[in-house]
Design a protein around this ligand. Sequence first.
Ligand SMILES: Cc1cc2nc3c(=O)[nH]c(=O)nc-3n(C[C@H](O)[C@H](O)[C@H](O)COP(=O)(O)OP(=O)(O)OC[C@H]3O[C@@H](n4cnc5c(N)ncnc54)[C@H](O)[C@@H]3O)c2cc1C
Length: 507
Amino acid sequence: MDGLSSLLVHAHDVLVIGAGAAGLRAALEARTAGLDVAIVCKTLLGKAHTVTARGPLDARADWKAHFRDVMRAGRYLADWRMVKTLATEAEDRVAELERWGAVLDPTGERNGLEVLRTLQQHASHTGIHVYMEHTITRLLGDRNGVTGAFGIRRDNGGFVAFEAKAVVLATGGAGRAFEISSSSWECTGDGQALAYRLGAALVDPELVQFHPLGVVWPPSTRGRCVAGDVAALRNANGERFVADAPDYVVARAIKGEVDAGRGSPHGGVYLGEMEVGPTAHAVLGGIRVDPETQESRVRGLFAAGECMGGLHGSHRFGENELVASLVFGRRAGLHAGEHAKKKTKKKTAEREELAALAREALAPFDRDEGENPFEVREDLGAVMQAYCGVVRDEAGLHACIEDIARLREALANVKVTGTRAYNAGWQEAFDLESLLLVAEATTRGALARRESRGGHARAEAPEEDPELAKVSWIARLGEGGRMELEAVPLPALPEDIQAVLLEEELE
Ligand SMILES: Cc1cc2nc3c(=O)[nH]c(=O)nc-3n(C[C@H](O)[C@H](O)[C@H](O)COP(=O)(O)OP(=O)(O)OC[C@H]3O[C@@H](n4cnc5c(N)ncnc54)[C@H](O)[C@@H]3O)c2cc1C
């Protein structure tokens, strides 16, 4: 049986995968341009990870100051063209959101919720098709162009295919690759993996932001970020050990205390009664896109939001992700719409290809014996935490790559039981496929970036290497299915942009 008895096929001009701030903003833009737009999400509308974001949205009249702050915080690894776009368009996007009814809190409480609520409310009357509780597991097409997507309905386990002229990936981050993470369960790097498999590149996947104040104990709130005065942190001897500093400096200082045997019983330090330590907070690398159009190397495939790379460099400055999701979400929707308008017809999904994808997806049900996907996931989290965390070293990164290969073999042999409806083990297996891919790219990028820059630290190379400031590392699918890594030069800074950066030095 090919498993396609329950298959539903939908056709739309633009398919947006992800219903966080970036996906909703993209869908709105494409719909406003008159296109037939669909949005797909793993969970229910309104529950995307965006909802957890709190801080104020960074939007300033003085774009140059904003530009400088982002470039400087990312230690000049960001693509300046994207940073300029962010800095010059942020104010408009926030003003627009307020016109649509958003009441943003300047002190930063619950702004993620307000952004999401406003976008949803605004979108709800526009005729965007919404498919909730759908997990996209593959993109259709090839490296020359995307033609749609294939996935699974979580509620009944049925298969679904989308035919589309353009696809926008807005699937969020991949923080769940780490044992301790502040990201929602949906942040499993699916967009990065979907794009990579079709032929798109991932840029600087090694760049991950670790928030220093993640709860380590009690376990009920493990990973959650807390607000607090870092100067009040104490080690096991009751000593203060760090002053106010960028997140990554504090995160490294905490790791230093733990490694020196001065940590708390569960591997953190004390913030009052709580035990806290670094938690994987955001991925800064991601799908490589054209800085103007948000299109990846694959024609018709666009990306925005946390799954996109190139914007932040090696550290995310302040509250820039929510606003970046609006800026680049809008751009992705705009250009996806333009692309779709130029295409006269959609490609029909091939039945044999869908049947093969369905058979592959159902394989874990057919095994008499096999690995438990939850255990594989736990193992991956521990491996990434141990070897690819706040400070990385050569031997650990090699061990990490070996472990990831071992876990990939385990994934090829996972077994799931029960029915297909709301089958958590089955869904876990799909998440794992993406997580393992992102984990490998992160590790290989970390090996290649033999320097310490912003949030990325290598034990054997504690300083910045000026030569490595000139390149991004690109991961892509190579011959024989191997991951290839290549250094590509960052775009040169034109004179007027250099002058903007220089103003900072003079001030
Ligand atoms: C605790 C915390 C606090 C934060 N606070 C701030 C802050 O104050 N300010 C700020 O700017 N940023 C903050 N961030 C970062 C910010 O919240 C995120 O980077 C941003 O919300 C990401 O938005 P997004 O639209 O890219 O993705 P998300 O909001 O993560 O949405 C992803 C969407 O994709 C869908 N999806 C994923 N995979 C699939 C698939 N395979 N098939 C179908 N759908 C899929 C999901 O269901 C979801 O709808 C914070 C992050 C954390 C963890």
